[in-house]
Design a protein around this ligand. Structure first.
Ligand code: SF4
Length: 188
């Protein structure tokens, strides 16, 4: 069960402070994909068009919807940072990189146990020093942590549908990792 794999992640210092819960599947559609892509094109995060983890490299709307629909289950990992300077871009960048690494490690742990998995976060993949986009294919497809919004998922609405608080608080930031997965076919 995915809970067992998450429990084992407790031995990883990077996973300290995280919460885990199973949630319902997101249900993006062509409308939400289109809305998300318009927002992504504004490039407020600064990584639009720079990696295979963000639009447009992450895939067409149809491809991304098909990828989400190919999974049957979802889990959420979150970490809340309190009393931080949310205007400190370097700090937020570092926390984002660490967060995507936790999502990546959890995805890898699940794969080792036979799960099929797609870990999603926000802010671009950033696994490689330099992404191969757009000249060559992704160097490490299994290590790619694509953007949640690239898949047409509005986290505020999705979290609301799951009765999860998504409010912003002064001097704090919560990072979300969405893990789409299928249980191993034969036991475990
Ligand atoms: S794994 Fe490397 S090549 Fe692939 S999307 Fe991430 S940064 Fe780019």
């Amino acid at each position: 069960m995915i809970e067992d794999t998450w429990e084992k992640m407790g031995a990883d210092p990077m996973a300290k402070g995280y919460s885990f819960r199973k949630i319902g599947m997101p249900n993006p559609d062509m409308n939400t994909i289109s809305e998300c892509r318009v927002l992504c094109e504004q490039n407020l995060c600064g990584v639009y068009g720079l990696t295979w983890g963000c639009p447009p490299g992450v895939g067409s709307g149809e491809e991304c919807l098909a990828a989400v629909a190919s999974f049957s289950k979802a889990a959420l990992i979150t970490r809340k940072y309190e009393k931080i300077d949310t205007g400190d871009k370097e700090l937020l960048e570092r926390l984002g990189i660490e967060h995507r690494e936790v999502c990546r490690r959890f995805g890898n742990a699940l794969r080792r146990e036979g799960f099929r998995v797609l870990p999603l976060a926000d802010g671009g993949c950033r696994y490689c020093r330099e992404c191969t986009y757009p000249g060559s294919p992704c160097r490490f497809p299994d290590q790619r942590v694509p953007s949640i919004s690239g898949f047409g998922i509005f986290m505020d609405k999705y979290m609301k549908s799951q009765n999860i608080d998504f409010s912003f608080e002064k001097n704090s930031a919560t990072l979300y990792g969405l893990i789409l997965y299928d249980e191993p076919r034969f036991g475990k």
